[in-house]
Ligand binder design. Structure first.
Ligand SMILES: CC(C)(COP(=O)(O)OP(=O)(O)OC[C@H]1O[C@@H](n2cnc3c(N)ncnc32)[C@H](O)[C@@H]1OP(=O)(O)O)[C@@H](O)C(=O)NCCC(=O)NCCS
Length: 182
């Protein structure tokens, strides 16, 4: 799919935070777990990587269709009132203080109408490359074992199921733990 860029969001901005909270509710439903108090924390202390779609090409802007996000590939045009982009995928990451060089993907989704077009895979690849740049060598995530599209995507990206976390997010809410060693 053309016109998609992947970038790390580095600045906290009300507009952007509201958009992401809305997106998360729309795409994760009852499993949405972030609000206006959490997104800024992830931006400042973790990593927030988004897939954005340019409705029309913007002259002179660098596209990243694959490969790593390098430190300077950051722009915040989403906060520009004349911005012509929409966020269509989000990956929220935090870093472990208990395990060395380990990161945890806290949320991952692609907007419904853009699913099954390879965007999830590219977004994950960009996240993996960005974490490699940060010397992370283990990436963990949890997934509902019944979420076959997510499990399939994570397997495709090299994650391996290493166990089950029972009642992880409440009684009866079990999650598969998956790990990618870089
Ligand atoms: C899971 C999710 C992120 C996948 O994103 P996506 O952009 O549709 O994924 P891609 O198009 O990159 O697909 C990657 C692979 O998964 C497969 N896939 C995608 N959707 C699928 C589905 N519904 N059923 C089976 N396989 C599916 C694709 O065919 C592709 O496999 P392939 O390379 O063998 O062809 C997306 O479905 C989503 O946002 N779901 C709702 C939120 C969610 O469940 N997030 C995960 C929480 S842990």
């Amino acid at each position: 799919m053309d016109n998609i860029i992947f970038q790390e969001i580095k600045n906290v901005d009300c507009d952007l935070v509201e958009k992401i909270v809305k997106l998360e509710k729309r795409n994760l439903g009852k499993d949405a777990s972030v609000n206006e108090w959490v997104i800024p924390v992830i931006i400042r202390y973790g990593k927030l990587i988004v897939a954005k779609r340019h409705k029309e090409p913007i002259k002179g802007e660098r596209r990243i269709s694959k490969g790593a996000i390098k430190k300077n590939d950051i722009e915040e045009s989403i906060t520009d009132k004349s911005d012509n982009t929409e966020i269509i995928g989000v990956c929220e990451i935090i870093k472990s203080l208990r395990e060395e060089n380990t990161a945890f993907i806290h949320s991952f989704y692609v907007e419904r109408k853009y699913r099954n077009k390879g965007i999830g895979k590219k977004l994950m690849q960009n996240a993996i490359d960005a974490l490699k740049d940060d010397n992370i060598n283990i990436i963990e995530l949890t997934v509902d074992p019944a979420n076959s599209s997510a499990v399939h995507l994570y397997n495709k990206c090299g994650f391996k199921r290493v166990g089950l976390r029972k009642d992880e997010y409440g009684r009866g809410v079990d999650r598969d733990l998956m790990i990618l060693k870089l």
